[in-house]
Write a protein that binds this ligand. Structure first.
Ligand SMILES: NC(=O)c1ccc[n+]([C@@H]2O[C@H](COP(=O)([O-])OP(=O)(O)OC[C@H]3O[C@@H](n4cnc5c(N)ncnc54)[C@H](OP(=O)(O)O)[C@@H]3O)[C@@H](O)[C@H]2O)c1
Length: 176
């Protein structure tokens, strides 16, 4: 069965974006390490599908850059049925948990749960997250959009590995 992997970065106080959705703090040039992508390109080789909430999709569009994964199958979850699919994404407004359960049964590579916090909580509570690759950024934001939205159930995970980088980033790999 295919795995669903949450690959995401968070501030030290557990936020994935500022209250206004900005992620400038993730891209602070002061953190840059020449040639280091924190395992991103290796990770992307293992997936062929992404899942995201509509707010994450809208945040990606607001960056006004080419869609990051144009060749993968990208699903955007929305409670509203009025969206039009694009060349890059398909909108899903049927039951998100049932959709993901069905997707896991299909042949293919791993599935990247991109976030954000609402989708993470929905999938966590449904027991659908098989692994988490979480990169902590050594910065307290003080406010923002949490990694898991309100209503996340207490869930015990196991750490398979952790790695720290010279810029202070700490990447933790967890599994169910
Ligand atoms: N730091 C990182 O690595 C990282 C990664 C990913 C995202 N982010 C950030 O996270 C923020 C977005 O997170 P978020 O928690 O606000 O929102 P989100 O989880 O990305 O999306 C929320 C939206 O998903 C849809 N949704 C939620 N529950 C649903 C359900 N049960 N069934 C169907 N659709 C459902 C709804 O869309 P409708 O309103 O259309 O119904 C809802 O408004 C953005 O700022 C983004 O930049 C950061």
């Amino acid at each position: 069965m295919r795995k669903i992997i949450l690959y995401i970065a968070a501030s030290l106080d557990g936020y994935i974006a500022r209250p206004d959705d900005s992620i400038d703090w993730l891209e602070d040039k002061a953190y840059a390490i020449e040639g280091e992508d924190y395992g991103y390109s290796e990770f992307v080789q293992t997936i062929d599908t992404t899942l995201m909430g509509n707010s994450t999709y809208e945040a990606i569009l607001s960056f006004e850059k080419p869609f990051p994964l144009p060749t993968e199958t990208n699903f955007v979850f929305s409670r509203s049925a009025g969206h039009t699919d694009t060349a890059q994404v398909k909108f899903i407004s049927t039951d998100a948990v049932a959709f993901a359960q069905e997707l896991k049964q299909q042949p293919g590579k791993a599935i990247w749960l991109m976030g954000g916090g609402q989708l993470n909580t929905l999938f966590l509570n449904a027991g659908l997250i098989d692994e988490i690759i979480l990169t902590y950024i050594p910065r307290v934001l003080g406010a923002g959009i949490p990694l898991f939205a309100a209503g996340a159930q207490e869930t015990k995970l196991h750490v398979s590995s952790s790695q720290h980088y010279p810029n202070g980033f700490v990447q933790v790999r967890l599994y169910k």
